[in-house]
Design a protein around this ligand. Sequence first.
Ligand code: NAD
Length: 362
Amino acid sequence: MRVEKMSQMQLSHCPEYTPQHVVFEIRDPEIGLTAFVAVHKARYNVPGFGATRFWQYSSEEEALRDALRLSRLMSYKGAAADLPYTGAKAVIMYTEKAAEHRKEIFERYAKAVESLQGQFITGTDVGVTNEDVQDMSHHTSYVIGKNVDPAFFTARGVFLGIEITLQEVFGSREIRGRHFAVQGAGKTGMALLHMLKDAGADLIITDTNPQRREELRNEFPLAAICEPQDIYEAKVDVFCPCALGGVLNHDTIPLLQCRAVAGSANNQLCDELSAQELNQRNILYAPDYVINLGGLASVVDEFQYHTADADRIEEKLHDMTALLEDIFTRRRDSHMPPSVVADEVMQERLYGSVFTPTYVLN
Ligand code: NAD
């Protein structure tokens, strides 16, 4: 197995690359392991926190760009949660060969994480199961989220964020009787679905996995289950993206029939123009890294105190709702998209100004 720091030359062609990025490539051709660990050093001499994704990419470049993009988002999420760390993200490329060697993939990947000596601390993201996390924890001490369920706290934060979003759009936080379209019923989507159902929401749900759609019919008999491509046109109050990023783009935004977007997925907006487009359509967007910070807050709580405490995490989520209210207020005053307002607030928290420094020493 090889673990190597990538040079600036190898990275500078990626539009997502910034001078704050430090990237390691991990390779073991024998078992089909290719992974990229991106640490976004928005702060000096502190660990980078970010979960690991096991996903199918069309190319190594696509995987690398995903890690770069998500690691920067994690710095902003850490700032939103007022955490004294920086952001990171890892992607392991899913291939048939890698899937056949799943246990060894996570074992060797964990050893590579260990060799980074705490620069990078990780946990579960899309495609990584709680069992994978347990397996990794036998080979590195830099895995968190073993004794806490980050997906639950992510969903709890999204739920509270939805209430604030409803208040902003409709003048009432009441969930009962409101309509929600949920895209993706995985770890976070499923937890959110249960919270919404218990609060009396009307639900339209989809997942790309046909077997999961069947399970949803049994678990949520009163909900409508739709084909993945139909979720955008659902006539609902809130669209909740809980699958992958980039779903708010120039093809999908014109289809939306909702008044607000609030979900657990990271990097929901395809680009800044998409944020403007949503604003022009008067669809309120709850910035992803703000409302989904509960998962990060929960694993960092476990890291800091060894045992995560639900009350401490709930306090962080309460602070998040105040931040979201502030972002919506500033958006009302400035007419800027909420995502742009949120980025400016985080840049001020991280760098003391809305300008990102051009150089950070690694
Ligand atoms: P997961 O792998 O458990 O679930 C994702 C689900 O989405 C799967 O069921 C998958 O079949 C489905 N899916 C994929 N593409 C889809 C599409 N186009 N349409 C409909 N369904 C689709 O993942 P997760 O942990 O729930 O994470 C979901 C999102 O939330 C990701 O963007 C992740 O980065 C983000 N997130 C997760 C956490 C966490 O604690 N797990 C925390 C913060 C943010």
